[in-house]
Design a protein. Structure first.
Length: 74
């Protein structure tokens, strides 16, 4: 994945409450980055084991900064 793809994906990241577990951040990021949501959840969990406070803060910050408009499914 190149940087332009990541930037374009992050610009359209939206929390996916319908398919999410807690706030929809992981599923929204997975959708924006075109990844399987399981990989994003595993990455967050493993990172959370080592950097708990940082991951919690980043998760909440991502939730606050994500666009709230509904996701249009194709």
């Amino acid at each position: 994945m190149d940087r332009e793809t990541v930037r374009a994906g992050m610009a359209s990241a939206r929390p996916d409450r319908a398919h999410g577990w807690i706030l929809g951040v992981a599923s929204g990021l997975a959708d924006a980055l075109k990844l399987d949501v399981a990989w994003v959840r595993v990455a967050l969990t493993v990172a959370g084991l080592f950097f708990t406070k940082t991951v919690i803060a980043a998760y909440l910050l991502a939730w606050l900064l994500m666009d709230r408009r509904p996701i249009k499914r194709r």
